[in-house]
Ligand binder design. Sequence first.
Ligand code: SAM
Ligand code: SF4
Ligand code: F3S
Length: 473
Amino acid sequence: MNKQEYILPDHKAEGRRSNPAGRSVFELKSEQKNLGNGKTYFIRTYGCQANVRDGETLSGMLEEMGFQPAEGYEDADLTIFNTCAVRHAAEEHVLGEIGSLRPFKEAHPDKIFALCGCMAQEEGIVKDLIRKYPQVDLVFGTHNIARFPDLLEEAMNGKRTIEVTSNEGSVIENLPVHRSHPWKGFVNIMYGCNKFCTYCIVPYTRGRERSRLESYIIEETRQLKERGGKEVTLLGQNVNAYGKDLGMEDGFTHLLRKVSETGIDRIRFYSSHPRDYSVTTIDAMRDCPNIMPALHLPVQSGCDEILKRMNRGYTAEHFRKLFDDMKARIPDLTFTTDLIVGFPGETDEQFQETLDLVDYCHFDSAFTFVYSPREGTPAAAMEDNVPLSVKKERLQILNERIGKYARENNEAAVGKTLKVLCDGPSKKNENVLCGYSEENRLVNFTGNGIQAGEICDVKITEARSFSLYGEAL
Ligand code: SAM
Ligand code: SF4
Ligand code: F3S
């Protein structure tokens, strides 16, 4: 097998802008439409919703090429690892899994193994893969997805194919999609991130912020609705920055109101950044009944010094004010966040400031993480002097505090009637239904004749830390 040249990611590639007028549209070549006839594929996706949505794009392309889905890599002619690089543990997991596949690949040399996603944008990882993992036939970066059919064709012709470009290029529209959920769907509104938080690898793996044109976003939402979709989640690393690269002011709020006009039952968005927050967004949430009253606003730390060294661009006080303002406008808003413990140099007092912020905001829930150094990021060059045992201890204390408020907030819902989008029987007990309320609370409930995909009223009878119990009315 030949090696194709690997183009190094350009870690200094700030400030690029795509040209909306020059937007390209994806089209599968006619000779590729039968490439997968009689063949099967399996995609293993790690990481965030951006990756889930990329996986759906790859499935869409593969099905247009004639491939059929398989249950696992054993039955698949093509297996794709759609990877995440946000923390070291995520990478270790993928590399372990790929490593263990070597004997399988040797016994089945015709099966193709591919790796894509954020790990594929990392220079060190790709160099390692080329040298140490001969079982991987195809590697392509996050900016190379639209080229996937061509790259796959090369790999199917027996050529080891590596294509990772550092330049994100312009947004490509009309990418195929095979949605993994019948009534809920992700719609990308923008790609990339310009924030460069010092701990985070995402700006290097996903490139600069590029917004999709409103017309494509609305069309994709309409299509989702027409095929029975009830809920759309608008995706971006920092959705509040939507449209800035297109010269729009307050583009996200404008977009939200337009998506609301499609009449889809539920609109959510993920994720926001406190720096770009606009009060108009909260007003749109209050005014439009189909924009759900749930906000995920990552804060990361409650200490100004740590926030500064993280390059977050706000203070804890500013965040408290945002929180107060939002709660004043929408009292029932559920408010969730992301928090990191053990950032380099974090002292006990600084960690205490994070706990103080949690005590102030009483978050409904939070994703909490132990800081993980990422090669090439500014924080990785800072002295990581917090012992792992201390980081773990802080994580446990933080999780207990988050759990306490989550439970209290859930208890306040007992006796209320919530509108729940039914996802079908619960995984733990098939006699119980489950779904999410408008406020994004997980609700397990009993009821007769309720179909999955239906929105129903559920009277809440019991609360646990991260779920509610009730009866459909
Ligand atoms: N763009 C989103 C934002 O800023 O809100 C989230 C992106 S990131 C994929 C999700 C979360 O992972 C971040 O909010 C942060 O808490 C966490 N994270 C990112 N880099 C990390 C690191 N190096 N170590 C630990 N957690 C990290
Ligand atoms: Fe990472 Fe910060 Fe961008 Fe979120 S805003 S993706 S944490 S750099
Ligand atoms: Fe992971 Fe990339 Fe998402 S690093 S969290 S898959 S943007």
